[in-house]
Design a protein around this ligand. Structure first.
Ligand code: SAM
Length: 220
């Protein structure tokens, strides 16, 4: 870690955070406090940042794959996995959402504390801005994630997704519903006059009667 790295503490864990990597904030801590992982689960930590969620998940998981578009985040997460003693359970991939994966790789649990803030067109050129910049409506990355994650989720799997009320929460529920998922808010934190961040848990409602891909595309 560089001398500029900050130290962040959560429970018994310590994370070093490089300057161009998202520093765990209220959303990360709310997610971490409500993160449940069953023993032996195969977990995907999308947008791992400094690795906070993946490292915590690795306590119970059999394996965790941590992905980030920011190469500095991937390096930082790997170092934090080593420092927190879970490096043997984790692997690290730099890439854009699910692009690094072959169809056919399936996870029990997919985590994503997404970039969910409405942003200006020029935001997103710096790596650190990719942590929050969600395009004009805050949904640029969220919608791409929602379109793709079901292909990588086991039939009985679940997704934990964090977003803000500033990025059209209703649309997220509509899209999940259209894809045959039952979704609920399992935790939230309000920042009065600004936003509420919510942690959504979603599972497939039924395997026998999935809605058609066209129905989903109509909603998107
Ligand atoms: C809000 S931060 C969350 C970081 C960490 N999981 C946490 O909770 O503290 C969002 C993360 O998603 C990453 N990210 C943004 N767009 C991405 C994409 N298209 N594919 C993969 N990761 C992405 C960012 O680089 C950033 O590390």
């Amino acid at each position: 870690m560089s001398s500029q790295a900050k130290k962040v503490f959560f429970a018994n864990y310590t994370f070093y955070v490089e300057p161009d990597v998202y520093e765990p904030a209220e959303d990360s801590f709310l997610f971490a406090e409500n993160l449940t992982v069953e023993h032996g689960e195969h977990v995907l930590d999308m947008g791992t940042g400094c690795g906070i969620l993946g490292v915590i998940a690795a306590e119970n998981a059999s394996s965790v794959v941590a992905v980030d578009i920011n190469p500095n985040a991937v390096r930082c997460a790997k170092e934090n996995a080593r420092l927190n003693g879970v490096i043997n359970k984790m692997s690290f991939v730099r890439g854009d959402l699910f692009a690094p994966f072959k169809v056919g790789e399936h996870f029990d649990l997919i985590l994503f504390n997404a970039p969910y803030l409405p942003s200006e067109p020029w935001e997103g050129t710096m790596w650190i801005e990719r942590a929050w910049a969600g395009g004009a409506d805050g949904r640029a990355v969220l919608d791409r994630f929602l379109q793709t994650f079901p292909w990588y989720l086991k039939a009985e799997g679940r997704v934990l997704l964090m977003q803000s009320t500033l990025a059209d929460l209703e649309k997220t529920f509509q899209v999940l519903e259209a894809q045959g998922f039952k979704a609920e808010v399992i935790a939230e934190r309000s920042f009065p006059l600004f936003e509420t961040v919510v942690l959504i848990e979603a599972r497939r409602r039924t395997l026998q009667n999935p809605r058609s891909a066209q129905f989903f595309l109509d909603v998107i």
